[in-house]
Write a protein that binds this ligand. Structure first.
Ligand code: SF4
Length: 413
């Protein structure tokens, strides 16, 4: 009997993809989705904030009590690897993950830090466990130096995967039934800078692959969206939703954060894209040092001008080793929570208004899961749709009439 391996993945889509790369390389072990029956647990960690570190740490402590054999990998190796080493059977950085089959057979404990900050995986992922869409990593690393972020330290400089490899990867997945791909990377918009191509050119090639019906994009930076990309917005294959990372809507704070984007040009960009019928999402950080009452009030008024329909706001949490961690004045936690709540309310209302505005547009829903007779998926605007049906729904479903509730769209088939 092969030993059973369970993966616990923390953090972003890049990490999810890395887990798939490891799964693909597990030759002498069996994958299990059931933590309880696993002999071995691989913790694929995230270290984006101190909070992320403590989530990983709590899980490690819990799983250690269960007497499992534990290995530690992911972004946390650079920041917490040494600290957790006594508790685990092995620690290995991103660039060693394709050797996982050999590493798990090691009889002795090991510590393998990053040896090559320019490493690019060779593995083609052939299947995405439990997903109707696949995340495809197209690049690694980041050349930006946002003051709050540790990622360039854990993931290295930006480098692109070869286009041919990405296309072969997607062809393989399309043959396995994947219909939607989500392109992702640490700083996805920098794809192609080192290989004389671009995200837009790559998307055009992916669109030619049979069976791929929809292409979604991970997070883009405003400063990376160029004319070539904007010309793509009329294409059917592109999801009608983009996630563009603003992080903030006031120039003073954007300067403190050492961001490349600025309020006025961001607003122009968002208005241009929204006018083409796109839903728009962003990340937003509240409570970063320096967010005075005056800055916040202006930033919130600015935010109201944006045609934003989705938001992923979070409260700033200091990440040791970054410039922001030693900045002052710090913002009171309750105040930050209040600001977060205001943002969530504002964008939830925007989203509701957007869905009403486009109520005549048929929704193309990719079914992702089911509970009893309720099926759930996301439409082309990345809005949640619930469908009640006694039929067995799967794949793509088109709906022409539906009820719009505050939380989601709903229909019966
Ligand atoms: S790239 Fe960043 S967000 Fe993603 S897992 Fe690593 S530290 Fe976390």
């Amino acid at each position: 009997m092969k030993p059973k391996v369970f993966f616990k993945t923390f953090g972003c889509r890049t990490n999810l993809f890395d887990t798939q790369v490891m799964i693909e390389n597990l030759k002498d072990f069996e994958l299990t989705q059931n933590e309880e029956e696993a002999h071995i647990v691989i913790i694929n960690s995230c270290t984006v904030t101190n909070g992320a570190d403590s989530g990983v740490r709590q899980y490690l402590n819990k799983i250690q009590k269960k007497g499992k054999k534990i290995y530690f990998t992911g972004c946390g190796v650079a920041t917490k690897g040494k600290e957790v080493y006594p508790q685990v059977s092995g620690v290995f950085a991103h660039d060693h993950k394709e050797n996982i089959n050999t590493l798990l057979k090691n009889k002795t404990k090991f510590f393998l830090p990053t040896q090559n900050q320019t490493h690019i995986d060779q593995t083609l992922v052939s299947e995405f466990v439990g997903k109707s869409r696949a995340f495809i990593k197209i690049q690694e690393g980041c050349d930006f130096t946002c003051s709050y972020c540790i990622i360039p330290f854990s993931r290295g400089k930006a480098r692109s995967l070869p286009q041919e490899r990405i296309l072969t990867q997607i062809q393989t997945l399309a043959q396995e039934g994947i219909k939607e791909v989500v392109l992702t990377g640490t700083n996805m918009g920098s794809y192609g800078k080192d290989t004389q191509t671009s995200v837009a050119k790559l998307i055009k090639q992916i669109a030619k692959i049979p069976n791929i019906k929809r292409i979604r994009l991970g997070s883009l930076e405003p400063s990376q969206i160029d004319e070539e990309f904007l010309e793509l917005l009329g294409e059917e294959f592109l999801e009608r939703h983009l996630h563009i990372a603003l992080q903030y809507t006031h120039d003073r704070m954007l300067e403190i954060m050492n961001r490349h984007n600025r309020f006025k040009t961001d607003l122009e960009l968002f208005e241009k894209i929204a006018s083409k019928g796109f839903a728009l999402g962003s990340d937003y950080i509240v409570g970063h040092p320096g967010e005075s009452e005056e800055v916040w009030n202006e930033a919130y008024e600015n935010l109201k001008l944006f045609p934003l329909t989705h938001i992923h706001p979070f409260i700033y949490s200091p990440r040791s080793g970054t410039p922001s961690a030693s900045m002052t004045p710090r913002i009171n936690g309750d105040q930050a929570k209040k600001r977060l709540h205001m943002i969530n309310q504002l964008i939830a209302q925007n989203n509701f208004n957007f869905r009403q505005k486009y109520a005549e547009v048929p929704l193309k829903v990719l079914i992702e899961n089911q509970r009893d007779e309720t099926f759930q998926g996301f439409d082309q605007f990345f809005n949640k749709v619930k469908i009640q049906s006694s039929q067995k729904l799967s794949g793509w479903v088109e709906i022409n009439s539906y009820t719009i509730t505050q939380e989601h769209n709903f229909t019966q088939l």
